[in-house]
Design a protein around this ligand. Structure first.
Ligand code: ADP
Ligand code: MG
Length: 250
């Protein structure tokens, strides 16, 4: 589903991703961990067309997102195809980014109403089903300000799912939450993983990684330092940088 082959990305002279190679197969969950500034968000943003790679090859579900060989011309997906691609990728951020002037239901309905040629009644029916799926059937008419952080994040997940994505990207989805609200969001994500959603999750929740992820990738300074089976990486990290990081978050 996602293939990164020696992907590099710089901002000016700051090389943020240095030859990243990794692969996520259909239905797999990859957890991406690493210290702040290691390039995790930038990598997700490249997958979702919010940044353009400088070198290497990045593919999502068979589409070439960006490609450049050393010194060669940059290839990018045509804007029309990039827009189509982006509709197939759901993204959930640390901050919930809900529209504050819309209810939970309206937030979930917004994108499908705007993009899909489906009758409003059907969009509403689907949106209510999604809210039920994230445990918020009874909060459909609440505005974000009247929902807890955990509830807002679950609405954000339902909103991303409304476009029926084939890939979900999560960028520290629980980092801004009070500790007692983290579990309800992780539970929704676990459910998604069980249903076979392909997911890349940037998180410091190692319990989630161990339980749910098929692979764990540790990044530091723009490189993949170590990757593999989550249990193995977590219980027997090979690199000193991984050990140092894990000793702080575990
Ligand atoms: P992480 O998500 O692992 O904390 P980021 O991908 O956000 O790391 O950032 C990696 C590095 O890239 C940081 O040094 C950050 O300052 C830099 N960076 C990220 N986005 C931009 C940008 N739009 N312009 C310039 N520098 C950026
Ligand atoms: Mg980040």
């Amino acid at each position: 589903m996602v293939l990164a082959d020696r992907v590099s990305k710089s901002f000016g002279s700051n090389e943020v991703l240095k030859s990243i190679s990794l692969e996520v197969k259909h239905g797999e969950v990859m957890c991406l961990v690493g210290p702040s500034g290691s390039g995790k968000s930038t990598f997700l943003r490249c997958i979702n067309h919010l940044e353009v790679v400088n070198a290497g090859r990045l593919m999502v579900d068979g589409d070439l997102i960006g490609y450049r060989e050393a010194g060669g011309k940059l290839y990018e997906l045509a804007p029309k195809d990039a827009a189509r691609q982006r509709r197939d990728i759901g993204m959930v951020f640390q901050r919930f980014n809900l529209f504050p002037h819309m209810t939970a239901l309206e937030n979930v309905m917004e994108a499908p109403l705007r993009v899909k040629k489906v009758p409003r009644a059907k969009v509403e029916q689907d949106a209510r089903a999604l809210l039920a799926r994230v445990g918020l059937a009874d909060r459909a008419d609440y505005y974000p300000a009247h929902l807890s952080g955990g509830q807002q994040q679950r609405v954000a997940i339902a909103r991303a799912l409304a476009m029926e994505p084939k890939l979900m990207l999560f960028d520290e989805p629980t980092s801004a939450l009070d500790p007692e609200l983290v579990g309800e969001v992780l539970d929704v994500m676990k459910g998604l993983a069980k249903e076979g959603m392909t997911m890349i999750v940037v998180t410091h929740e190692m319990g989630f990684a161990r339980e749910v992820a098929d692979s764990l990738v540790f990044m530091d300074g723009g490189v993949v330092v170590e990757s593999g089976d989550p249990d193995e990486v977590l219980s027997n990290p090979q690199h000193r940088r991984t050990q140092a990081f894990l000793s702080k978050v575990l």
